[in-house]
Design a protein around this ligand. Sequence first.
Ligand SMILES: NC(=O)C1=CN([C@@H]2O[C@H](COP(=O)(O)OP(=O)(O)OC[C@H]3O[C@@H](n4cnc5c(N)ncnc54)[C@H](O)[C@@H]3O)[C@@H](O)[C@H]2O)C=CC1
Ligand SMILES: O=C(O)[C@@H]1CCC=N1
Length: 263
Amino acid sequence: MLESAVVGLIGGQGWVGRALGLALLEKNLLAPEQLVISSRSGKRGAYVDWPGVRCVQDNRQLADLADVIVLSIRPQDLVDIDIQVGDKLVISLLAMASQQAVSHQLGSQRVVRAMPNAAAEIQRGYFPWYASPAISDADRGIVQALLESCGTAREVSSEDAIDYLTAVSGAGPAYPALLAQAMLSHARQAGLDGDVAREAVMQTLMGGSLLLEQQAAEPGEMVKRLVDYQGTTAEGLRTMIEGGFERVVHEGLQAAYRTARGG
Ligand SMILES: NC(=O)C1=CN([C@@H]2O[C@H](COP(=O)(O)OP(=O)(O)OC[C@H]3O[C@@H](n4cnc5c(N)ncnc54)[C@H](O)[C@@H]3O)[C@@H](O)[C@H]2O)C=CC1
Ligand SMILES: O=C(O)[C@@H]1CCC=N1
């Protein structure tokens, strides 16, 4: 339980906001009365089973009620957030919005930038975060406890690391989906039954990821082990590597990083 702090979640009905709000409640880190949600509709939505949660439409009301404000709106909606929150702790989950921009918009110097990812929805997210100089050790404890409700949270030492990690971990859950799509289209073109193809790809990516997590300190070790085995896997890997797999991944990450920094 985060003692008695009241957390106000702006955008708490959205993808990430909802994941965070529900994780905090389900893990009993916040009592329902300690959570205030704002959304454009003001409706109870995802919090229908939590009658103690206050759902409001007006962000000024949320800012008055909350000790800690979490911003979980789309970056382009930041300019419409017309509230001044004094020196309250603000945790921004926005990509492409600097700490300075958030500070300017909400009027607080106590701003943390954190980067969620889509796996927050199943409480397996990775949340790096960066604290402005005005953040105290007590604030740091609150931020870490809030964010790790959805997975792993890690403080980083520069704001640029957040922009960089936006490309790696923020966008990251999409990359296995792209790999799965490519494997699946090949399996279907090869004439495999659709259901078997899907099951084979999904179970293999899941099993492979768990194996990687459990057995290999470095992903490269697992690749080397399989290349050294000199079987069919080695041939598949060699062809992908020689075809520029790493270069394409690096180019994709660089493009996402460039976008995260504002183009
Ligand atoms: N979805 C993801 O996987 C990731 C999202 N992010 C960041 O997280 C933030 C939230 O993203 P999502 O949850 O995906 O967006 P979303 O579009 O699902 O949710 C945003 C919510 O904010 C609400 N909203 C907009 N303006 C509002 C206002 N003035 N007052 C109250 N509510 C308002 C919207 O109605 C919506 O429910 C974004 O800034 C994004 O850059 C970062 C990394 C990954
Ligand atoms: O695509 C986006 O802009 C957000 C930030 C990283 C992942 N999702």
